[in-house]
Design a protein around this ligand. Structure first.
Ligand code: ADP
Ligand code: MG
Length: 328
């Protein structure tokens, strides 16, 4: 199983940021309200994710590390419209096969309860021992790729790995305003984000994550039609800091990079005199989970809409109208 896990790890675990993404998604799936991320050396030396979610019961701890063990899906029908971010039961097994992984968790209210398992890329049953932890889970991943030198060589500088990690953090923090987040790197706090519940709070978070310039002359929109809702912020023509990478699109709370979506947005901007400008946006599309498949591929951010035409037209016309009305 170790080799199989290491091979599977090649698909999910490319670099520290991919580990961070999987661990944060698990914390979100566990219903956490606070998620703390701590990194050292861009995440290559240490990744620690602490959450206050449901926790994992003692008897489930070793299982959580084994391949294809997921608590999130019970039947094939569940696959239709999966609500959780993970469901393949692959991430922890893969990560533990290429790192020194420690899992401490408590599914009880009692803060003196809790259990720890340690896996060091070895082919053996993880041993469970008592370890007090407040309700929730901490996952510590040390020395990523310590036993796969060929992969380790592909890691870039600390700065580059950190910027990938921050990007993952940014996307996930933009996907859940109701969760409080912190990000620390080499003992230094990079982000401390309180949970927010209104548009003003949302704007504070966006400024903190994307820079205060992002909202200069940006337009807030919230449009609903035929079972679809589009809300968020788009940069206007005079936007002073149009950065190519500040494009965030979420479908039912998941980060998505999709051709149909990109096309609809580009068309709308092009029509409203954005020639040659790069659109910047943070946009959220919400629709009935039954009419969209967000699980096309574990790492690519594609989606499949049952009625692509409808979604495309809705995005295009909503943006077109909002941008057109805002035009000076
Ligand atoms: P998946 O997320 O696809 O189910 P993972 O390998 O990421 O697979 O996780 C395996 C299982 O471990 C999950 O199904 C869940 O039951 C448990 N788990 C992992 N992380 C957490 C967490 N932070 N809080 C609670 N349970 C967790
Ligand atoms: Mg997972």
């Amino acid at each position: 199983p170790r080799l199989a896990n290491q091979i599977a790890a090649g698909e999910v675990v490319e670099r520290p940021s991919s580990v961070i993404k999987e661990l944060i998604e698990n914390a979100i799936d566990a219903g956490s309200r606070r998620i703390e991320v701590e990194l050292e050396a861009g995440g290559a030396r240490l990744i620690k994710i602490r959450d206050d979610g449901s926790g994992i019961a003692e008897e489930d701890l070793p299982l959580a590390l084994s391949r294809h063990a997921t608590s999130k899906i019970e039947s094939l029908e569940d696959l239709e419209g999966v609500a959780s971010l993970g469901f393949r039961g692959e991430a922890l097994a893969s990560i533990s096969s290429v790192s020194r992984l420690e899992l401490v968790s408590n599914a009880d209210e009692d803060p003196t309860a809790g259990w720890r398992v340690v896996a060091e890329g070895r082919d053996m049953e993880p041993r469970v021992s008592p370890a007090p932890h407040p309700r929730g889970t901490s996952v510590v991943v040390r020395d990523l790729f310590f036993n796969t030198p060929a992969r380790r060589k592909f890691l870039r500088t600390e700065k580059t790995e950190l910027s990938h990690a921050e990007e993952v953090f940014r996307r996930l923090a933009l996907s859940r305003y109701d969760i409080g987040w912190t990000l620390r790197h080499n003992q230094k706090a990079l982000h401390q984000l309180r949970p927010v519940s209104d548009a003003a709070g949302g704007e504070r978070r966006i400024s903190a994550l994307l820079g205060g310039k992002f909202l200069d002359n940006a337009l807030h929109l919230d449009i609903e039609a035929s079972g679809l809702r589009l809300w968020g912020w788009v940069g206007l023509p005079t936007h002073s800091r149009a950065q190519a990478d500040q494009q965030y699109f979420f479908v039912n709370g998941r980060v998505v990079r999709d051709r149909l979506v990109a096309h609809a947005i580009r068309q709308a901007y092009r029509d409203v005199l954005f020639h040659g400008r790069h659109p910047v946006f943070v946009l959220y599309l919400e629709l009935d989970p039954a009419v969209v498949d967000v699980n096309v591929h574990p790492t690519k951010h594609e989606v499949r809409f049952r009625d692509g035409r409808l979604v495309h037209d809705f995005l295009f016309s909503s943006l077109h109208r909002a941008l057109g009305e805002a035009r000076p």
